[in-house]
Design a protein around this ligand. Structure first.
Ligand SMILES: C[S@@+](CC[C@H](N)C(=O)[O-])C[C@H]1O[C@@H](n2cnc3c(N)ncnc32)[C@H](O)[C@@H]1O
Length: 337
């Protein structure tokens, strides 16, 4: 029985890892993966599975909703490919020792790492899973046990990954964090990354290795009508500049007294008006060439900033990322220098 489930999982992973897999094949594989992990985990029998939390660092989705993230097919596939590539890069430094992987905000199914554990190549992995929800970790422990992948698992811990130091004394090769929404709003991705990057070995890799938010002026009618994905939408766009970037290197910037990261100021090349509204475009570089492009997944759907007033060309807009229980990128329109 377990052999058959592991074989099914291996075949789903093969589809998700295949760069030329067509979108409908990815969607079917992601749905089957979610179904398999839901059945294996017994998550639906746990009344706590539907409870979400508001933490000092942001919103933690309920285990049930966190599990549903696996259903975003391109997200799941591209991040899984990125994690696998990051592990391969870490192997070059490991010289035969085991690869330490820390996956924070893993949810009940840990879909960005756990599926890799049924592959033969996973024999040298030592993974620690973290989630703030007891029901998520309990479900994940059942999955690990039932799929018989415990040899690769160091631990699965209930822990606030934005506040606690979960592993001590071990330099981590790969840190995986996916606790985010588009424009890095609401969920604590930034706070978790800030807390965990000090655990990385010098050669270590953060996945996603870079999350970039760009300000773009574009026509909302065209963008929305074309699902933010057409040559017509692309032609309507006027890039303004990068307003936030999260990487291993940028994560540790100091906060000011109000909990803000340093501001970025951009100057508008054209006026803001009805056909040129400001929008935040999120790009997620998982690792190497594995990138989530605009609108390829829920994480990278552009966010129109409807409240920014019409402004003339040459106006300046300041963006500051604010940590806290509702983290987000805040904008303001400063006076000219
Ligand atoms: C958007 S879900 C993603 C789940 C999984 N990483 C995936 O990619 O499908 C985010 C997960 O992060 C967890 N989480 C949020 N804040 C956390 C924190 N401060 N510490 C640990 N886990 C956290 C939530 O409980 C939830 O399971």
């Amino acid at each position: 029985m377990i052999r058959a489930v592991r074989a099914t999982l291996r075949s789903l992973v093969a589809v998700l890892l295949e760069p030329s897999a067509p979108p409908d094949a990815l969607a079917r594989a992601a749905a089957s993966l979610h179904g398999l992990l839901l059945r294996t985990s017994g998550l639906e029998d746990d009344p706590a599975a539907h409870r979400e939390s508001t933490l000092p660092s942001g919103r933690a989705l309920s285990p049930f909703d966190a599990g549903r993230c696996a259903l975003d097919p391109v997200r799941t596939a591209v991040l899984l490919r990125g994690v696998r590539a990051a592990i391969a890069a870490a192997r070059e430094h490991a010289r035969g020792r085991r690869i330490e992987v820390l996956y924070a905000g893993c949810g009940p199914f840990a879909p960005l790492v756990l599926p890799l554990l049924v592959l033969e190549e996973a024999g040298d992995l030592r993974v620690t899973f973290l989630d703030v929800h007891v029901a998520a970790i309990a479900a994940l422990r059942r999955v690990v046990e039932r799929l018989e992948v415990g040899d690769a698992v160091a631990d699965a811990l209930v822990c606030d990954a934005a506040a606690d130091a979960p592993v001590r004394g071990t330099a981590v090769d790969v840190v995986v964090v996916e606790a985010m929404q588009r424009s890095l709003g609401h969920e604590p991705q930034v706070a978790i990354v800030r807390n965990l990057v000090p655990l990385l070995a010098p050669h270590g890799v953060l996945v996603p290795e870079r999350i970039r938010i760009d300000l773009v002026l574009s026509d909302p009618d065209v963008e929305i009508a074309d699902g933010f994905a057409s040559a017509r939408a692309e032609a309507a766009r006027v890039p303004v500049g990068t307003v936030f970037e999260l990487s291993r290197w940028s994560a540790s910037a100091p906060l000011d007294g109000d909990g803000f990261l340093p501001p970025v100021v951009v100057t508008l090349p054209v006026p803001i008006g009805p056909r040129a509204r400001p929008m935040l475009f999120t790009r997620v570089d998982a690792f190497g060439a594995h990138t989530l492009a605009t609108a390829a997944s829920g994480l990278t759907v552009p966010e129109p900033l409807w409240r920014v007033p019409d402004l003339p060309a040459g106006s300046r807009l300041a963006f500051r990322y604010r940590l806290g229980s509702d983290p987000r990128l805040a904008w303001s329109s400063p006076a000219p220098p």
